[in-house]
Design a protein around this ligand. Structure first.
Ligand code: ADP
Ligand code: MG
Length: 316
């Protein structure tokens, strides 16, 4: 299958109609209309075989996750998703792989009405780059920079499932399908990001590990944070699969959960938590913002815990 047949196969599988796409795939550039009065939020993420996914991962799961991690970045800004670009580098023109990839991508794209509006298709070692575009009202975006001393620190959903699944996969052990689903098909917290927009004081998605990502909030906001290790939300599947010490290490230091970590003052916390719970993804208070510069983890007695290891970093 030649380049243009691959592109056509992707285009038909990923078709999502949107009025703001004035010209989509097929010309030298897409023509897109940003709604007046909104800001364009843009983010990109690259997936490299062997680094971000194992070589035997299903093509449809790779397609889902390549879009999911990008949508998660928009969620963390409180943005509404709209358009995606897809740069695919493939070792060969494997039509079945591309169809599977496009089907997984399209399944998630349809859930969020994301139109694929262009991209590039080239030959080389497998690498996938998605660029996502969304909209956010001026002044309401969630950034990493607004956390204030006294704010609570919260996280949506549960932490550690993806790392648990990866650990089981790498040791070739049996793994609960619910954990595998969290690794291969993460749920971007788009509607929760919209709920937080204009209300949370800061937000980040947990892609590299809670301590590392909350550390980014602290650095950008000029504050420190304390996490109560015993309050970290864990899924029943994670509790069944790993003892407390492993669980805690996954929850604190491993990435790939794509939950939202955010800060909010106590005065608005009750309403915010109720709205999040109503959205189908509750958030839990896991700590607080303090004066200082780094993230400390405390046990049930309030004593500091040594951190298992730091979050994921390329070139480290
Ligand atoms: P050009 O040579 O002008 O860069 P291409 O031949 O690379 O154009 O692409 C033709 C059209 O197909 C363009 O509209 C481009 O955005 C789109 N396209 C190419 N690859 C992909 C892809 N992997 N996913 C979505 N659209 C793609
Ligand atoms: Mg091109």
């Amino acid at each position: 299958m030649a380049e243009f047949a691959l592109i056509e196969s992707i285009r038909t599988r990923c078709a999502v109609a949107r009025d703001d796409v004035r010209l989509g795939i097929g010309d030298d550039a897409a023509l897109l209309a940003v709604p007046s009065g909104w800001l364009l939020a843009v983010s990109t993420d690259t997936f490299v075989c062997g680094v971000h996914f194992l070589p035997d991962t299903a093509a449809s799961d790779i397609g889902w996750k390549a879009l999911a991690v990008n949508l998660s970045d928009l969620a963390a800004m409180g943005a509404e998703p709209a358009w995606a670009m897809l740069a695919l580098t493939l070792p060969s023109a494997d039509a079945r792989w591309v169809e599977g990839f496009a089907d997984g991508f399209a399944e998630l794209a349809r859930k969020h009405r994301v139109a694929l509006v262009g991209g590039d298709t080239t030959q080389g070692p497998m690498s996938i780059t998605v660029t996502i575009h969304g909209f956010v009202p001026p002044g309401a975006a969630l950034t990493r920079a607004g956390a204030r001393v006294g704010d609570g620190v919260y996280v949506t959903g549960t932490l550690g499932d993806a790392a648990a699944a990866l650990s089981k996969t790498q040791s070739k052990s049996a793994c609960d399908p619910q954990l595998l689903e969290r690794l291969h098909r993460p749920t971007p917290r788009i509607s929760q990001g919209s709920i937080l927009r204009g209300r949370a004081t800061s937000c980040i998605d947990v892609s590299d590990g809670l301590v590392a990502d909350l550390g980014h909030i602290c650095a950008a906001s000029g504050v420190g944070a304390e996490i109560d290790a015993d309050t970290l939300p864990a899924s029943p599947a994670l509790i069944a699969a790993f003892a407390a010490a492993d669980r805690r290490a996954f929850q604190l230091a491993s990435g790939d959960d794509y939950e939202l970590c955010f800060t909010a003052p106590d005065a608005i916390a009750t309403g915010l938590l109720r709205d999040l719970a109503d959205s189908g993804c509750a958030a839990m208070r896991i700590g607080r913002i303090v004066a200082g510069a780094d993230v400390q983890v405390r046990d049930a007695n309030g004593s500091p815990l040594a951190l298992p290891r730091s979050g994921w970093e390329h070139f480290a």
